[in-house]
Design a protein around this ligand. Structure first.
Ligand code: 4NP
Length: 159
């Protein structure tokens, strides 16, 4: 079983959406015995909360049910997950900075590394929190794009 962890700042917009999209892809491809995912935030402001209602609404329009409860990145995550995927550069730096001694840092990636086609060259998943509906859909477009190749990468990469 390979386990992926999506990490953003608040764990109420981008990473629970990536978690939900990737989970749906795992189920659709019958990979539930092979791959699993979760999400968390570097910040602690929203612990216990459902995803932002705007992200839930944008996801529902595409057939997803984003129902993760926010939690904060913790030391055990570095052991328990095979791939840790940062939604933006600040998340990436925070994940690296908090890594317990002995962590294999090569398991930490930027989500944007996996974007292809229309979103090839994207540097990060923009935070829609202070934006409007179209920003939530833009984040979801990038997330759906990256999750497709991340699924292939996760299946192929030995662990
Ligand atoms: P997220 O978005 O990192 O994609 O969950 C944010 C949610 C909340 C805040 C910032 C970003 N906040 O400052 O409360």
């Amino acid at each position: 079983m390979k386990k992926l962890l999506f990490v953003c700042l608040g764990n109420i917009c981008r990473s629970p959406a990536a978690d939900g999209v990737f989970s749906a892809m795992i189920a659709k491809k019958n990979l539930t015995g092979t791959l699993a995912c979760d999400s968390c935030g570097t910040g602690d402001w929203h612990i216990g909360q459902l995803p932002d209602s705007r992200m839930r609404a944008a996801g529902a329009q595409r057939g997803y049910n984003f129902n993760h409860r926010a939690r904060q990145l913790c030391a055990a995550d570095y052991k328990n997950f095979d791939l840790i995927i940062a939604m933006d550069d600040a998340n990436f730096r925070d994940i690296i900075a908090r890594a317990p001694a002995g962590t294999d840092i090569s398991k930490v990636h930027r989500f944007a590394e996996f974007c292809t086609g229309e979103f090839a060259g994207t540097s990060h998943v923009p935070d829609p929190y202070y934006g409007g509906e179209k920003d939530f859909h833009h984040a979801l477009d990038i997330i759906e794009n990256g999750c497709s190749s991340l699924l292939k990468f996760s299946e192929a990469e030995p662990h």
